[in-house]
Write a new protein. Structure first.
Length: 94
């Protein structure tokens, strides 16, 4: 059951990022497989973003657990979702 709960949280995070990007004027498309969860296109700026969504998790002692690994492709942006703090932000550790 623990895996199922984590999977649900991950899916919720992806939906939150999709809504966040749509609010910023992007057209949002979802990926099926691989490291890209979302492709977002801004029709005004012609910018295309390839996004991997990561959910921030916390240990029992309250410290943040890091799950972000360097990606093989530098064009993929990592977007973190922190459900505890209700924040969505780009990971700038590139």
């Amino acid at each position: 059951m623990k895996y199922y709960k984590k999977h649900q949280v991950g899916i919720k995070s992806e939906y939150l990022v999709q809504a966040w990007l749509a609010d910023k004027g992007y057209y949002v498309y979802t990926g099926k497989d691989g490291p890209i969860d979302i492709i977002a296109f801004n029709p005004e700026t012609k910018e295309t973003l390839y996004i991997d969504v990561k959910t921030v998790s916390y240990r029992k002692d309250g410290s943040k657990a890091s799950t972000t690994r360097p990606l093989k492709f530098d064009f993929i942006k990592i977007v973190n979702v922190d459900p505890k703090k209700e924040e969505i932000y780009f990971n700038e550790v590139e």
